[in-house]
Design a protein around this ligand. Structure first.
Ligand code: MTE
Ligand code: MO
Length: 554
């Protein structure tokens, strides 16, 4: 081993470690983005931030030089800068640990900051960059520790572990003089051994650094394949023209109060809450979609997408709610659904007399247990293909999901549904039942105050309070408001769409005096039930209690 090569190894291998670690982290970051936050690829958010920060002359020059190619050039530029910086971080880490880790970590933090500071970004937007940063830092740390252990190319004092150990044993076991002699002999041996082994360990080390980079590249490739799959399915969805409804549903005049800050009576798809266990959204091509109805039935049934669309499709308006919705929470939404009654399909399959449950299963294995009789009565329990006039959004179950008025989503609203197994509650548990939640989940009577919104100042005089109340498949008879612990006073209900939907309410408070006030709301169901003030958490079958807000009158 020549001196020059040995000295090169003192920075080339750490530089390779830096690059390997950075590619490893960046790849995992891209994959994370593709799975959970497609808009927040670390590269794209950093690029976007640089574009925003760049002075106008820099933008003009870039456009003059590269034309419409300016953005790819920018991304490639970021990549090159990152590679150089990560090589430098590797060398830095080999001399002044942990500063190399700090440098790579700062890239992750910069990406996270760039991601969350974009317009209407969710906290989740930070995740890809944080994953990238943490992965790169951990990989760099491990690679440099490995490099330090590998011998001749390491700085003095960091010898190969086996030889170093031998020297230490000698030092501690014998007297100081003998120990020193043995130590020197051991080091001399180590030098020649290390020189012979050096080519091999250098290759071994490069395998580690290269392996880290290769994993990063594979992760990035997997991420882009996922994105491509999502784009392809989006194109398929965009091309779908749903058949006209056999029966239509409409929102009656007077159902929408149109009060600023009040949840609209129909929730736009883009604002509809989303809850599922899917790490990556299942991509189900309609042309490959099949629904199998089986289990305790006289006749098994299989249905294709074309067959489903050929059946009569009805519009229905149903308010979906999540069992995890806290009192006053936002995991609830109302949409116009288009679908075929499950009742009709069950009638064709003919359930056996002792069956009492339908276990629906999604393409990704999630299951829900729905009481059979709920799917057989006259409510609009449907296999939905449309949501607010469009095919289902992919994250809301495209191409087909269940919607069942009156039951929490976890026991009824299976998205990406591919199977209905007619069975019994005492034979099988659904996904959440095995995790501490109730096997049955009727939605509880509840109400919410939306206006005044938190922090929104209210003028003295007439203050307007408004919100929504719901008890799906039962209906709402009344809503009352309580201000500052005074008597309950009746609020005015908007026109209800149906018993299966929430209803808006409002209350005008004529003598709103300056100061801080509290307001509470409670609903009465069409069956006479008054919403309980008894507080219960969401586990195991939904929260109870009254929604209370405090607000300031100026
Ligand atoms: N495949 C699948 N379907 C699912 C879930 C799920 O995790 N996986 N979650 C359910 C729950 S808990 C709720 S509240 C509703 C939410 O539907 P949304 O995301 O369209 O609002 O979907 C239900 N359907
Ligand atoms: Mo849910």
């Amino acid at each position: 081993m020549s001196e020059a090569r040995s000295r090169n190894g003192q920075w080339m291998l750490p530089a390779a470690a830096g690059v390997g670690a950075a590619v490893f982290g960046a790849g995992l970051g891209e994959l994370t983005a593709a799975i959970i936050a497609p808009e927040s690829s670390p590269f794209v958010v950093i690029g976007a931030a640089l574009i925003d920060l760049a002075p106008p002359w820099a933008k003009d020059t870039a456009i003059a030089l590269f034309g419409t190619g300016d953005k790819p050039v920018l991304l490639i530029g970021i990549g090159v800068v990152l590679l150089i910086a990560s090589a430098a971080a590797g060398v830095l880490e080999s001399r002044r640990p942990p500063w190399g880790q700090v440098v790579l970590g700062l890239f992750g933090v910069a990406g996270a900051l760039a991601a969350v500071t974009r317009a209407n970004a969710a906290m989740l937007a930070m995740a890809p960059s944080l994953v990238a940063g943490v992965a790169a830092v951990a990989a760099l740390r491990l690679l440099i520790v490995r490099w330090r252990g590998r011998g001749a190319d390491a700085p003095a004092g960091a010898r190969p572990p086996a030889d170093g150990d031998a020297a230490e044993r000698d030092d501690s076991g014998a007297g100081a003089e003998a120990g020193a002699g043995a130590g020197a002999r051991a080091l001399a041996r180590a030098d020649t051994a290390a020189e012979r082994a050096s080519g091999a360990t250098r290759r071994g080390f490069l395998v580690w650094a290269g392996g880290a980079a290769a994993i990063g590249v594979l992760a990035a490739v997997a991420g882009s394949a996922l994105r491509a799959g999502g784009r392809a399915l989006t194109a398929v969805r965009d091309a779908i023209r749903l058949p006209a409804a056999a029966t239509t549903a409409s929102v009656p005049a007077g159902a929408e109060l149109g009060i600023d800050g009040l949840a609209p009576v129909i929730t736009p798809n883009a604002d509809f809450y989303r809850i599922d266990t899917a790490l990556a959204v299942p991509l189900v091509d309609p042309s490959e979609w099949r629904l199998r109805i089986h289990g305790m039935v006289e006749r098994e049934l299989e249905l294709t997408w074309d067959e489903l669309l050929a059946l009569p499709l009805d519009e229905s308006i149903t308010t979906l709610a999540c069992v995890s919705n806290e009192v006053g929470g936002s995991l609830i939404g109302n949409a116009v659904w288009l679908g075929h009654p499950i009742r009709e399909l069950l009638a064709r399959a003919r359930p056996l007399a002792d069956a009492d449950m339908v276990l629906s299963r999604s393409a990704d294995g999630f299951t829900a247990s729905t009481p059979l009789e709920v799917l057989q009565d006259d409510r609009a329990a449907i296999l939905a293909v449309g949501m607010n006039g469009e095919p289902l959004p992919i994250e809301h179950g495209f191409p087909v999901r269940m919607v069942v008025p009156g039951l929490y989503g976890y026991v009824s609203a299976t998205k990406w549904v591919v199977e209905l197994e007619v069975t019994r509650f005492d034979a099988v548990n659904a996904y959440w039942t095995d995790r501490g939640w109730s096997a049955r989940g009727p939605i509880k009577l509840s109400s919410r105050i939306d206006v005044p919104r938190g922090g929104q100042p209210v003028e003295a005089g007439t203050a307007v309070l408004a919100g929504v109340a719901w008890h799906q498949h039962v209906g709402i008879d009344a809503v009352e408001v309580q201000l500052d612990d005074a008597d309950w006073r009746p609020a005015t209900l908007a026109t209800a769409i149906s018993d299966d939907t929430w209803v808006q309410w409002h209350y005008e408070w004529p003598d709103a005096t300056p100061g801080t006030h509290t307001a509470r709301v409670r609903a009465t169901g069409a069956d006479g039930e008054v919403q309980t003030s008894k507080e219960q958490g969401v586990v195991p079958d939904g929260a109870t209690g009254l929604h209370e807000i405090t607000f300031d009158v100026a």
